[in-house]
Design a protein around this ligand. Structure first.
Ligand code: 13P
Length: 242
């Protein structure tokens, strides 16, 4: 398993349901990142399943956007962590809010997926976050506590798992929490819920080149999880450079 502790900045591209072979060709040709020069920065690309092993760049790390709760057998349409490992995945996004809300994923299913990742030495990137209603009702911390307590198995720790705080109301909307709110929530997750300052926590939700610098300099923000801006290579290059 990769030593996540060695990275002081982690930038993850979540392409969601976007991309094609020709898009990947151009993307890889134009991405500006040299991992040899940037030893402490980690750039992870998470394309849709069919394209995962098309990203053959020595500088980039590969992740998937999901995995199965199952390991092997008669489960049509599923992709196991064993298969993901086989094709070079080092990371796997687990429990993204779109999976929770559109595909009915529960905290219990997410916990199983994390165990499956850990068994294959894949680093799970666990997504947590509140929706707008919950934010308005001042329930953010309560929601995060519940998600963390129910979805993190006991095998997981700061050396083998990453958390991504993605407020649902900030995803794809152009809105973000204030910098103070981001810092407060990340500090709360590390100190109060996980009780380990060493846990890496990424921020996700409307990250773009114009706001990522200030987000990345907030206390307890260890990186960003980028959706739509990661599809635009010029935007994503600026985010990598920040
Ligand atoms: P946007 O960056 O498009 O808001 O998406 C965030 C996200 O869901 C990343 O996982």
């Amino acid at each position: 398993m990769l030593e996540i502790g060695n990275f002081n900045k982690i930038i993850v591209a979540n392409w969601k349901l976007q991309g094609s072979l020709s898009f990947i060709k151009t993307y890889i040709k134009n991405i500006k990142f040299d991992s040899v020069e940037e030893q402490t920065k980690c750039v992870v690309i998470c394309p849709p399943f069919p394209f995962i092993n098309q990203i053959n760049s020595k500088d980039l790390l590969i992740g998937s956007q999901d995995c199965s709760v199952y390991v092997e057998g008669a489960f049509t349409g599923e992709t196991s962590t064993k298969m993901l490992k086989d094709i070079g995945c080092n990371f796997c996004i687990v429990g993204h809010s779109e999976r929770r809300s559109l595909f009915g994923e529960s905290n219990e299913m997410i916990a199983i997926k994390i165990v499956n990742c850990l068994e294959e030495q894949i680093i799970p990137i666990l997504c947590i976050g509140e929706n707008l209603e919950q934010k308005k009702q001042n329930k953010t911390k309560e929601i995060l506590i519940n998600q963390v307590q129910k979805s993190i198995p006991k095998q997981a720790n700061e050396n083998n798992m990453i958390i991504a705080y993605e407020p649902i109301w900030a995803i794809g909307t152009g809105f973000t929490p204030t910098l103070d709110e981001i810092s407060e929530i990340h500090t709360f997750i590390k100190n109060n819920i996980l009780q380990s300052k060493e846990f890496k926590i990424l921020y996700g939700g409307s990250v773009k080149s114009s706001n990522c610098n200030e987000i990345l300099t907030q206390e307890n923000v260890d990186g960003v999880l980028v959706g739509s801006a990661s599809i635009d290579i010029e935007e994503f290059n600026k985010i990598i450079e920040s």
